[in-house]
Design a protein around this ligand. Structure first.
Ligand SMILES: Cc1cc2nc3c(=O)[nH]c(=O)nc-3n(C[C@H](O)[C@H](O)[C@H](O)COP(=O)(O)O)c2cc1C
Length: 186
C-alpha cells in the first residue's frame, strides 16, 4: 500500500499511553505538520498550546470532571464516574487548538490541523486522540482562569485538543465505517 494511504488507514484513536514524554524532535515535526494544514485564505487564525506538565494536565482534568458533574448531562456524568477516568487518558502531551472567535472557517482550519497532527504522529509511531470533551474546561470560571497560564490568546476559543504519546497498547481495530454515505454523479 502507498505509504500515505497506510498512515491514513492505520491511524486510530489511542486511549492508553506510556508516561515517557514525546521526544522534542518528533514533537517539532508534528507541530510543523499542523502549521502546514490547509486553512482558509491562509489566515492562520489558530493557536497551539502544547501542555506537557502533568500537574497542569491533572488539574485541568479535575476541573473538567467538576464541570461535567455540574452539567446534568447523564451520559458524561456516567463516563467521568468510571474508575480511572482521565479526559486525556494520561497522555504525556496534549495540544489545545484554539482559534480567533471573530474569524470565519476556523473550526475547519483547526480540524485540518488536528488531522495533520494525528497523521504526522502516526507516521512516527506516536499515538493520538482528538478530544473535544476537554472544551468543558471552559464551562466554569475556574477553568477560564487557566487561560492566561495556558497562554491562550485573548479572543480565542477552544476548538479541540489532541492527546499525544507513545502507545501502551496494540493498535485497536478500526471502528466500523458506514460505506453507504457516498454517491456518484457521473
Ligand atoms: C471532533 C472529534 C471529537 C472527539 N472527541 C473525543 C473525546 O472527547 N474523547 C474521546 O475519547 N475520543 C474523541 N474522539 C475520537 C473519536 O471517538 C474517534 O475518532 C472515532 O470513534 C473513530 O475512531 P478512530 O479515530 O480510531 O478511527 C473525537 C474525534 C473527533 C473527530
Amino acid at each position: 500500500m502507498n505509504e500515505t494511504m497506510r498512515v491514513i488507514m492505520e491511524r486510530r484513536s489511542i486511549r492508553k499511553y506510556k508516561s515517557q514524554q514525546v521526544a522534542d524532535s518528533e514533537l517539532q515535526q508534528i507541530l510543523d505538520a499542523a502549521l502546514y494544514a490547509p486553512n482558509a485564505m491562509n489566515q492562520q487564525k489558530w493557536h497551539f498550546t502544547v501542555i506537557q506538565n502533568k500537574d497542569m494536565l491533572d488539574k485541568m482534568v479535575d476541573i473538567i470532571k467538576e464541570n461535567i458533574m455540574n452539567s446534568g448531562n447523564e451520559f458524561f456524568i456516567k463516563r467521568v464516574s468510571t474508575p480511572g477516568y482521565h479526559t486525556f487518558y494520561n497522555a504525556p502531551s496534549v495540544v489545545f487548538i484554539t482559534a480567533d472567535e471573530s474569524a470565519q472557517w476556523v473550526e475547519i482550519d483547526c480540524g485540518l490541523a488536528a488531522e495533520n497532527i494525528t497523521l504526522a504522529a502516526t507516521a512516527l509511531n506516536i499515538g493520538t486522540c482528538v478530544i473535544t470533551s476537554a472544551g468543558l474546561l471552559f464551562a466554569s470560571e475556574k477553568g477560564n482562569a487557566l487561560r492566561k497560564e495556558l497562554g491562550i490568546p485573548e479572543g480565542y476559543k477552544f476548538v479541540c485538543s489532541v492527546a499525544l504519546g507513545y502507545k501502551d497498547c496494540e493498535n485497536p481495530a478500526a471502528p466500523p465505517r458506514n460505506k453507504e454515505v457516498i454517491n456518484y454523479v457521473k
